[in-house]
Design a protein around this ligand. Structure first.
Ligand code: UGA
Length: 462
C-alpha cells in the first residue's frame, strides 16, 4: 500500500519507519528542507533509540523515501497520515494552522478516494474543519477521513509503535476502515487489539489519555508535598497504591514533574477545548499548577540547603525532559535551571544527549562533559533527569570534588540507603531526607517548601 506521511517530527518519522518496517511503501515529506536532506542521507534529525538503524535499513531497502515536494509525495497515495505539529497558543488552544495547510496540499494533489488520517494530536471536532477544507479546495475528489491517535513515548517510540498496547481508529466510511485494517494487519495479527470508533471519540481519547497521565503525575507530586510534611515516603505510598490494579503503579513517580512537547500542550488544549464547549474543567488547571509547583519545591530545597544562592555553584545532572532523548522542550530540569540562575546561582549542567539544545535554550547555563566535571567545586548537586547512568554515581568521588556534600534528588533516582552514614545531606522528593548523624533534624514546614531542615547548613568539606 502507498503511504504518505506529512511531517517528519517524532511522530511522523517513527510512523514512516513503522509502516515501512511492516512492508508498505512509504514517502515522508516535510516543509523543512534541511530535515529532508538529513533523512535522505539516512540520518534522523533527533535522537531516538533504534531509529537511526531502522531508518538506514528501510531507506537502503527502498521501501522508505523522503521528498520536500508535497505534490510528488501525494500523487499516488492510498493513505495520507497528517503528522504536523499542533503547538499550544498562548491561551492554551491548539494552533491548527499547519493542519489546515496540510489539508490544502492534500486537496490539491492527492488522488480520488484517498484516506486522510489525523495522527497529530488534535481537539475533538478538527476532522469537521479538515473535511470543509478538503471539500472546498479539492473540487470533486472524494476523501475518506479517519483519526488514528499515536500513543508512542519518546525514548521508546520504536517499541511503542511496533508493539503498541492498542491501535485506535476513528472512521466514518467502510473504505477508510478497510484501508486502515489492511495497513495495520501485520501488527493486529500479532495480537494487538484494534479499537474502532467514531472520529470525535478517537480525537478526544488521545487528549484524555495524555491529560489523565499528567493528572496521575500531579497527584503523585501533590502527595509528595504532603509526605514531606508528614515524614512519610511518597515512593512507598505510590507502591502501595499501585499494587491495586484499579490504580496501577505507572506514572505515579513524584519528582520535578512532567515536561516534553505533549503533556503540557495537551493538558492546556483539553482545558481550552472544554471551556470553548461551555464546560469548565478546573481540575486540568490544577494539574498544571501542581506541575509548576514541583519545580518550585525542588528549587526551595536547594535554597534551604545553601542559604544564599549568589556565588554558589550548582551541578545539574540531566537537562532533557526525560531520559533516552535529546528533547529539551518544556523540560522541568531546564525550568529549574532557569529558576536557580535567576536567584544568582551558577548552574553547570551535564546531560548525555541534550547539552547542546539546553545551552541554545538557556545561554547562561554552564556545561560540563561529565557528571564529575559538573560536580567539581559544586555547593550542591541536583538530579534533574532520571538517566539510568546517574544511578551509579560514585559518592566517594562526589565527596572529594564537591565543595559541600549536598545532593538534591529531583527524580528520586538515587538509592537513599547509600547516603546513610555517607556524610552527605541527601534530599529526595517526597521522602525523608538523610543528614549526617551528628546533626539534629527539625522538620520545618513554615517556609512552605516542606523541606526537612538540619540545624546547620551543610558545612564545607574539610
Ligand atoms: C507522552 C505519552 O506517554 C505518550 O503515550 C504519547 O503518545 C505522547 O506523550 C504524545 O502525545 O506524543 P512522552 O511525552 O514521550 O509521551 O513522555 P512520557 O514518558 O509520557 O513522560 C512525560 C513526562 O512525564 C516526562 O517529563 C517524565 O519525566 C514525566 N513523568 C513520567 C513523571 O514525572 N512521573 C512519572 O511517573 C512518569
Amino acid at each position: 500500500m502507498n503511504v504518505t506521511v506529512i511531517g517528519t517530527g517524532h511522530v511522523g518519522l517513527v510512523t514512516c519507519v513503522t509502516f515501512s518496517c511492516i512492508g508498505h511503501d512509504v514517502v515522508g515529506t516535510d516543509v523543512d528542507a534541511e530535515k529532508i536532506e538529513l533523512l535522505r542521507r539516512g540520518e534522523a534529525p533527533f535522537f531516538e533509540p533504534g531509529l537511526d538503524e531502522a531508518l538506514r535499513q528501510e531507506t537502503s531497502e527502498g521501501r522508505l523515501s523522503f521528498t520536500g515536494d508535497a505534490e510528488t509525495a501525494l500523487r499516488s497515495a492510498d493513505v495520507v497520515f497528517i503528522c504536523v505539529g499542533t503547538p499550544a497558543r498562548a491561551d492554551g488552544v491548539a494552533n491548527l494552522v499547519a493542519i489546515e495547510r496540510t489539508a490544502s496540499a492534500i486537496a490539491r494533489w492527492a488522488p480520488d478516494d484517498v484516506v486522510v488520517v489525523e495522527k497529530s494530536t488534535v481537539p475533538a471536532g478538527t476532522a469537521d474543519r479538515l473535511r470543509l477544507t478538503l471539500e472546498r479546495e479539492g473540487g470533486r475528489s472524494r476523501f475518506h477521513l479517519a483519526s488514528n491517535p499515536e500513543f508512542l513515548r519518546e525514548g521508546s517510540a520504536m517499541h511503542d509503535a511496533l508493539e503498541p498496547d492498542r491501535i485506535v481508529i476513528g472512521v466514518e466510511s467502510e473504505h477508510g476502515l478497510d484501508v486502515l485494517r489492511r495497513l495495520y494487519a501485520p501488527i493486529v495479527d500479532s495480537g494487538v487489539p484494534l479499537i474502532v470508533t467514531d472520529i470525535r471519540t478517537a480525537e478526544l481519547a488521545k487528549h484524555a489519555s495524555n491529560a489523565f497521565l499528567a493528572l496521575k503525575i500531579s497527584f503523585a507530586n501533590a502527595l509528595a508535598r504532603v509526605c514531606e510534611r508528614a515524614d512519610a515516603d511518597v515512593t512507598a505510598v505510590a507502591d502501595i497504591m499501585g499494587s491495586d490494579p484499579r490504580i496501577g503503579r505507572a506514572f505515579l513517580d513524584a519528582g520535578l514533574g512532567y515536561g516534553g512537547y505533549c503533556f503540557p500542550k495537551d493538558v492546556a488544549a483539553l482545558a481550552a477545548l472544554s471551556e470553548q464547549l461551555g464546560y469548565r474543567f478546573p481540575m486540568l488547571r490544577e494539574v498544571q499548577r501542581v506541575n509548576d509547583e514541583a519545580v518550585d519545591a525542588v528549587a526551595a530545597k536547594v535554597r534551604d540547603g545553601l542559604w544564599n544562592l549568589e556565588g554558589k555553584r550548582i551541578a545539574l545532572l540531566g537537562l532533557a525532559f526525560k531520559p533516552d532523548t535529546d528533547d529539551i522542550r518544556f523540560s522541568p530540569a531546564l525550568a529549574l535551571a532557569r529558576n536557580l540562575l535567576a536567584a544568582g546561582a551558577q548552574v553547570v549542567g551535564y546531560d548525555p544527549r541534550a547539552a547542546r539544545g539546553a545551552k541554545d535554550e538557556l545561554p547562561d547555563l554552564g556545561l560540563a562533559n561529565s557528571p564529575s566535571e559538573a560536580a567539581a567545586g559544586a555547593h550542591a548537586l541536583v538530579i534533574g533527569t532520571d538517566w539510568p547512568e546517574f544511578r551509579d554515581i560514585d559518592l566517594a568521588m562526589l565527596k572529594r570534588v564537591m565543595t559541600y556534600p549536598l545532593v538534591i534528588d529531583g527524580r528520586n533516582l538515587l538509592n537513599r540507603a547509600d547516603f546513610v552514614g555517607s556524610g552527605f545531606w541527601y534530599y529526595p522528593t517526597g521522602r525523608p531526607p538523610v543528614v549526617p548523624e551528628a546533626r539534629r533534624v527539625d522538620t520545618d514546614t513554615s517556609n512552605g517548601s516542606g523541606a526537612h531542615r538540619s540545624q546547620d547548613q551543610p558545612a564545607p568539606i574539610a
